[in-house]
Every structure is written in C-alpha cells, then in structure tokens.
Design a protein around this ligand. Structure first.
Ligand code: WTA
Length: 683
C-alpha cells in the first residue's frame, strides 16, 4: 500500500537542513514507524502515552473496538479504565513537571494591529483554574454540557480547558453561526450554561454577539428548554476591570462604547466579576479515558447537524502525536494556525495538540485581509512564526493580490507550511510553496475531518516527498482503502470511496444522543469500514489524492454545509415551494452555493425576494451559508420517482450543456427553461 521506496520524479523533497533533527527524518523511517503503529499499536502509542500523567493505568486492551455493523454495535475504546485529565496534562504537567511555566503559550493578536497580549503557561493555568472554580460555583459538574459561543480570544481557550478540568463537556459553536443554529445546538446537547462575549470586530464589521446569543436563548425558552445561566465576557465594552485582569484590560483601540449589550439580570453574569477574588487553584477531576471531552457539531447530509463526540485519552494522544510529527514540532518553534477555535482545526491544532506539546502559538482574532492583505505576513515576521497552518481558501484569496504583499515581509522564520479544509488545487499549492515559503518549506496538505479528531492522511515534512495537491499517505495507525460502488477494495492506481479499515485513537466515538445515526452515517454503506464521504484517487506511486465530497455536502471556504440544511432554510420562506441547492466551483471559496427555487403559485421573482431569501439563509444558518446565486426555477429536473437530479443542476449552474444520461428525467422540457433562466449568464 505504501511504496517500497519514495518516488523520485515529479515530486518535491524537503531540504537536508530540515531532515536534521526531524522526528521522522526519512521515508524509510516513516515506513518503519508506520508498520510498528499497525502491528504493535500498544507499543507505538505507548511512546506518546508515557509523556502524559495517568492517575491510574488502563485495565483492558489499548484499543478495543468493533468497526463492523454486521457484528453488533460499533464502538471504539482507547485505554479504557485509565484515569487522567487532559487539562492537567496540557497545563499543570507543562508548568510543574516540564518547568515551562514562563514559556509563552499564546501570543494573542487582535483584530486591530497593535492590540496584543502574551499569556504564559503559568498564567494560563491560573486563569483556567479560576474559571473552573467559577463553573463549579455555578453548579457545573462532571458530564454536564456547556455551550461556548465566543470570538477568538484567550478566554475561549480558558473556557474550554476549564470545562475539561472539571470533566464538563464543552460544545463550542462558531461565533459566525446564527441564533437559530446556536439554539439548535444548545438544545441538542442539552447544555445547562452558555458562555459568550459582548461582541467583536471582524475586520471593520462590529458583531453584537450577545444580542445573537440572547436571541438563541429566547428561542430555547420558546421551545421549552430554558437555559438559566449565561456568562458574558466583556471583550469590547469598557469596564473597570484593570484590577481584575491586569494588563489584559481592553486597550482603547478595541474598546467600543457604542455597543448596546442586552442584559438580563436573571440569567446573565459578567465573566470579570465572577473570576474576581476566586482561587487560582482547582484540583482537576480525574476522568476515565473514555469519558466525553467535547461535542462539536458538523453538517449532516440529512440537514440536522451531528454532534460529533470525542473522548479524553484517545483524542489527547492523537492530537499530541499528529501535532508533533506533522509539524515536526521543536521547542523553539512559534506555531500559528489561522483557523477559528469554533471548528475542529482550532480544537485540535490551536488548543489541545500544541498545548500538549508545550508549544508557543499565535492566536489571531482578525482577518487575513484586514487592514490589508499583508496582515498574515506581518504577523509571521512579528512573532517569528516557524510553522504556519492555514486553509486553501485563504491561500487562493491572497494569491489574487500577487506576490508583492507577501514579499513586503521577510518570512525567513518560516520552516513548514500546512493546509487543511478542502482539496488544494496544484496552482494554489505552488504559489504557497514558491512565493510564501520561497521553496524552503515543505507543504503538509493534511486531510482529516471533525470526525477523525486529527490528521489522517498527510505528508510528514522531512520524510514524505510531496506532490502538489496530494495528501500523500496515512498517518500512523490509519489504514485507508479505496472501494468501488459494490464495496470491493481496489488495488493499485484507482479511484473510489475513501474508507478506513480500523480505528486510530482520535476517531469520534458517537453522535451525541444518537448512536444509531453514527452507525448509519459512517458504517452502514460498507460494513467493516469507516466511510469518510470523500472520493479519492490513488496514483501509480501509491499517493492518495482527495477528490472532494461524494455525498450531498458542499465545502464553501473550507466549511462543510449540507445542501439539505440550506434547502430547508429556503423553503421556510413563504414564497418558496421547493428548493434545490448545488455547489458551483469558485476560484477562492472552492465551492459557492447555487440555489434553485420553485415559487408558490402567483408569486413572481424579483430582486427584493432574492435579497429576502439570501437573508433568510443567513439568519437561519449563518453568514457562511449565504447563497451566491439564486435562480427562479418554475420546474426542477426530477426522476419519475420524484428525486431531484442534482447532477443535472450542477451542470446547469456551470452552464455545461453536456448533461450525460437524462433518460430517467420525468419532464425534459424543464431543462431548456433552466438554462434560459440561469442567473449568472456568461459565467
Ligand atoms: C475536506 C476539517 C481535501 C474533506 C478538518 C473532509 C479536505 C472535510 C482536506 C472535513 C484536505 C479537509 N484535502 N479535502 N487536506 N481537509 N477536507 O469536518 O471533504 O470541517 O471530509 O474538518 O473537509 O471537514 P471538517
């Protein structure tokens, strides 16, 4: 499956300098470790586990599982019976055992240049303990779910680690989601408390987050799920907090006195007042390896988001190991992942993975284009970033402005570049490699999912010869296969469904509250395999190339959206009878949303309605799901059984006349009409 020797042609190799001292310095070493990870997982992972603190040892097998639905319920257990605490391992262990208390954990860089602060491991530990004590005093106990809806601030990391410290389960909702989406997630995970902030700036746009959070709580109340407690961080509004937070009070640049923050004294509490005078010590709650750590929602093809559940030890080992090996982490690195903590990339590669290694990271609140398109490179130079991890959509966006904004800055600290979130087109890959990294820095194209917990297909920077656009080979412990439609494993060069044959420590354990959905979504189509939902090609050298989603999911700027979710938001509008949503390739975003709507009788399509429909989706789901195109479609192409033929709609959206086989179409006259009515003629 992995070639005997690294191919020499049409591939790029890391420089000799990088290989010196690398954790995995050669392709041969990668192969050797890979075999060990599959044949002796206990020994392989034991090398990582020995660095962590375990209150008690595990009792059963290292990895116990059933991956085959025909043999009973699906389960995965890693180190069950061992007691530990992930917060203790990422903070106390670094401060006390590894003497890293004075090391910087985060350089926080705000939306406005110059708005910054530095937090050491010791400070982070104290702050987390204080906030954990606050949560305890609010009655939060082990196993309780806490919803977190916050901008990219250090307190977001504090809130998640405080939950982990007391065994509570955090459910972070990306701060770009709407009140409806937040309400749905709070109710699905039955959260007892919400942590949010007054507001934040995204570029020059002010977001009144508390207002949206309040709307969400109002919606929960209407649906008979009252959340009695809401803790709000004052991030923008001024307060006399200098005594509480020392140097961390908001500087004048950020402070915003115009923000009208709604306040409900029955429910709302101020973060700063709560932590005032609270003890900086908090004994961690020892958790079983398989106790839940967090829930994170991801789009599902049926429309309703799935609460992906991860547990303590497997996730800890896996994020720590992938971070160390994939970014070839060394203690003097400054690492920067530009993702938002509201997505899995932020969970695994801003919070848990880097902190588990005692790394120094940049935590960035702003945008790559604000105040100008050099911002990223300015930050790279400012903090001497050596490992940089971003998304293809950001690369494509910056690429449009050429190399000059990049070359204004030195970037000589950079050693490794990473990407995640969607397939990276070779052109963007080359620009990233040639212009940003000046051909010095290997690019690690990391394929993974919310469900996988951490990287599953990825190069190792000093070991794996790169091919632009390929996620290359499996990470340790991961056994991929490519299946055809009948579920047969394909050998050699081939294309089909990407699946995994056995679990690795970081794989999700269930869909919160719905184990059956977990089994149906990932294990039913091909018994014995975890089905990723992505297509994949293997080339003659054994390299894997992810070709994109094969289910009804879209990937817009690296964010997964289900077509069903957007469709249901559209049909909730009184003018809409039916809606069908497809992806249309987009140069920067990867895919854009092209929506076809059939209106109710007697209603005519106009710009006002179009604006209303766009708003409807934004309000229901969030700004990331705003449709790019809406087309009035009096009829939709359907099979005789009534199934909408999305394949045909995708072609229409792209103005491609070759529709393939349309013999199953019930009424072929709709096709001409749809082509005539295309809303982006000429593109
Ligand atoms: C896509 C993000 C190609 C893929 C960590 C996957 C990728 C989905 C890559 C998961 C990559 C992510 N190459 N496609 N390097 N990384 N994807 O859950 O379709 O937000 O299934 O996790 O993103 O998105 P999610």
């Amino acid at each position: 499956m992995i070639p005997d020797k690294a191919p020499g042609e049409d591939v790029l190799h890391a420089s000799g300098d990088l290989k010196k001292g690398a954790h995995v310095p050669s392709f041969e070493k990668y192969k050797e470790l890979y075999v060990k990870s599959i044949e002796s997982p206990e020994e392989f992972w034991g090398d990582f586990a020995k660095d962590f603190f375990w209150k008690t040892k595990y009792t059963g097998k290292f990895l116990d599982y059933n991956f085959d639905v025909t043999k009973g319920a699906i389960y995965v257990k890693c180190m069950e019976g061992a007691l530990t605490n992930i917060c203790y391992n990422v903070l106390d262990r670094n401060v006390h055992d590894r003497k890293l208390g004075d090391k910087v954990a985060f350089y926080w860089e705000g939306n406005e240049p110059g708005d910054e602060k530095t937090v050491t491991y010791r400070e982070l530990l104290q702050r987390v303990c204080k906030f954990a004590n606050v949560l305890k005093s609010q009655g939060v106990k082990k196993g309780d779910r806490v919803s977190i809806y916050m901008p990219m601030v250090v307190e977001l990391v504090e809130a998640m680690l405080a939950c982990a410290r007391i065994g509570a389960v955090h459910s972070i909702v990306f701060a770009g989601f709407s009140s409806e989406s937040l309400c749905e997630r709070i109710m699905d995970s039955r959260c007892s408390l919400l942590i949010t902030a007054d507001g934040f700036y995204r570029g020059d746009k002010l977001i009144n987050l508390k207002l949206i959070a309040d709307e969400a709580l109002e919606k929960c109340r209407d649906k008979s799920f009252p959340v009695e407690k809401c803790i709000m961080l004052k991030h923008l509004t001024k307060e006399d907090e200098s005594t509480v937070h020392g140097s961390l009070s908001p500087p004048a640049k950020r402070a915003c006195s115009d923000l009208q923050v709604p306040w409900n004294p029955e429910v709302d509490m101020c973060w700063h007042s709560l932590v005032c005078g609270v003890s900086e010590e908090c004994e961690p709650v020892w958790c079983d390896s398989e106790d839940p750590l967090f829930i994170l929602y991801t789009s599902g093809s049926t429309g309703k988001p799935k609460g992906v559940l991860h547990t303590v030890s497997g996730y800890m080992l896996y994020t720590a190991a992938t971070f160390k090996m994939v970014f070839d982490y060394h203690p003097d690195d400054v690492y920067w992942c530009t993702a938002d903590i509201g997505w899995i990339t932020g969970h695994s590669y801003i919070t848990y993975g880097p902190l588990a290694n005692g790394a120094t990271s940049v935590l960035f609140e702003g945008l790559p284009t604000y105040p100008d398109v050099s911002r990223m490179w300015e930050i790279v130079d400012k903090y001497h970033v050596s490992k940089f991890y971003t998304a293809p959509t950001a690369i494509r966006l910056l690429m449009k402005f050429g190399s000059e904004p990049v070359q204004k800055y030195k970037r000589d600290s950079l050693k490794i570049l990473g990407t995640v979130g969607e397939p990276i087109n070779p052109e963007a890959w080359q620009w990233y490699y040639n212009v940003v990294g000046e051909k010095r820095c290997p690019v690690v194209d990391t394929f993974w999912q919310t469900e996988t917990g951490g990287h599953v297909m990825t190069p190792l920077p000093a070991a794996t010869p790169m091919k632009p656009g390929s996620a290359t080979f499996p990470f340790f412990g991961v056994v991929p296969a490519i299946l055809n439609e009948s579920g047969e494993e394909l050998d050699g060069p081939s294309e089909g469904y990407l699946v995994f044959k056995q679990p690795w420590p970081g794989v999700m354990r269930t869909v919160y509250g719905n184990h059956q959905r977990f089994e149906t979504t990932y294990f039913k189509k091909f018994p014995g395999y975890y089905v990723t939902g992505d297509g994949c090609r293997r080339d003659k050298d054994g390299y894997y190339w992810i070709t994109g989603r094969i289910d009804d999911m879209l990937n817009v700027s690296g964010h997964l959206l289900s077509t069903a979710e957007v469709e249901s938001a559209l049909v909730e509008h009184e003018a809409v009878a039916e809606a069908a949503v497809v992806g249309r390739p987009h140069l920067v975003k990867g895919e854009s949303l092209y929506c076809f709507v059939t209106l109710n009788d007697g209603i005519s399509y106009n710009q006002k309605l179009e604006a209303e429909l766009k708003k409807q989706v934004r309000v229901k789901i969030g700004a990331i799901a705003t449709p790019d195109f809406i087309q009035n479609a009096p009829g939709l192409p359907k099979t005789r059984s009534g199934k909408i033929m999305r394949r045909v709609l995708r072609k229409i959206a792209c103005n491609e006349r070759d529709l393939g086989d349309v013999s199953t179409l019930a009424d072929s006259s709709v096709i001409d009409q749809l082509f005539e009515n295309r809303c982006c003629t000429g593109v």
